[in-house]
Design a protein around this ligand. Structure first.
Ligand code: NAD
Length: 294
């Protein structure tokens, strides 16, 4: 069994990006600038945004954190989005999800200018991704593809089963795995909460991508010998014996499934760090595009 070490690979990618930034600086160019918007005080969201800002520092990007109170109105948030769209100094930005319930998430994501949408959530970017055109690919599916590629995991002609059909992970990774090209050409089955006989379908899979958010959902008896297992799930499970009061669990029963898998991602340290690295990669791409378009 080979561990798909997202922590290590993401550090390699960050080193590559940092080297690129050094070259930009040496040429006297502006360095990439990522902004992150967060509304409210959700613990997990604050942790994610903090990691993204730290990652920017690590590679030499500029970063701006816009932290807004829980009481922010939709109108106020849309105003900030509009300001960021207009600001020539910001190459790309993200609006951390989830947003408070009184704000229409879809309306906000639609308002982000596609050229600055480094999360790849805007329909223009999602559509380009589906049509195999160059674009910002959502960081998590992009990270999975990159991880498979860097470990030389064969996907062509394989049967990949994706669990979960979210717009940010399940659906886009199912499209990417089926596309022509690197880490593609798989035969993909996209499963979800209404799927019947999921264990049986999983047992036929050469590759399983689990993105549902249920700790320990994927058991060893759902996995065939030699399968490649990608665990996207990140769930905080309450645990009073730990100082912070919880531990992080993936969707996969790692202990048992790793005995059968040929490749497997750990949680933490698998897909999570890759997501941040690919967000940086998208921001670098945004800067390069801005530079090249004058
Ligand atoms: P989501 O929470 O929006 O949706 C869950 C999906 O799982 C739905 O499509 C649903 O149909 C499916 N599902 C639920 N129960 C099921 C069942 N019993 N059988 C089959 N399918 C079922 O999905 P999401 O936003 O993609 O998040 C999924 C998990 O991935 C969460 O734990 C989230 O925290 C994590 N996540 C991790 C990263 C990362 O960087 N590693 C990024 C995004 C999300």
């Amino acid at each position: 069994m080979t561990l798909l070490d997202g922590k290590k690979v993401s550090n390699d990618i960050k080193d590559e990006i940092a080297a690129e930034v050094q070259q930009m600086k040496a040429r006297g160019e502006k360095v990439p600038h990522l902004a992150a918007v967060i509304v409210g005080n959700d613990g997990a969201s604050l942790t994610y945004v903090g990691s993204k800002v730290r990652a920017c520092k690590r590679v030499g990007f500029e970063s701006t954190l816009k932290q807004l109170p829980e009481t922010t109105t939709e109108e106020e948030l849309l105003e900030l989005v509009n300001t960021l769209n207009q600001d020539p100094d910001i190459d790309g930005y993200i609006v951390q999800l989830p947003l408070p319930r009184h704000i229409d998430e879809e309306k906000v994501l639609m308002a982000v200018h596609p050229d600055k949408d480094v999360d790849g959530f805007h329909p223009t970017n999602f559509g380009k991704m589906a049509l195999e055109l160059e674009t910002f690919i959502s960081a998590t599916p992009f990270g999975i593809i990159e991880l498979l590629q860097r470990y030389g995991v064969e996907t062509s002609g394989k049967h990949a089963v994706v669990i979960g059909r979210s717009h940010i992970v399940g659906r886009p990774i199912s499209i990417l795995l089926s596309q022509k090209g690197p880490a593609g050409n798989a035969t993909v089955t996209l499963t979800h909460s209404r799927t019947q006989n999921l264990p049986e379908i999983c047992r036929q899979a050469d590759i399983i991508v689990s993105a549902l958010g249920v700790p320990g959902f994927l058991k060893a008896d759902m996995v065939k010998e030699g399968a490649v297992i990608i665990d996207v799930g990140i769930t905080r499970v309450p645990d009073e014996t730990r100082e912070r009061g919880y531990y992080i669990s993936g969707d996969v029963d790692f202990e048992a499934v790793s005995q059968k898998a040929s490749f497997i991602t750990p949680v933490p340290g698998g897909v999570g760090p890759m997501t941040i690295a690919m967000l940086l990669k998208n921001t670098l791409l945004a800067r390069q595009r801005n530079r090249d378009n004058g």
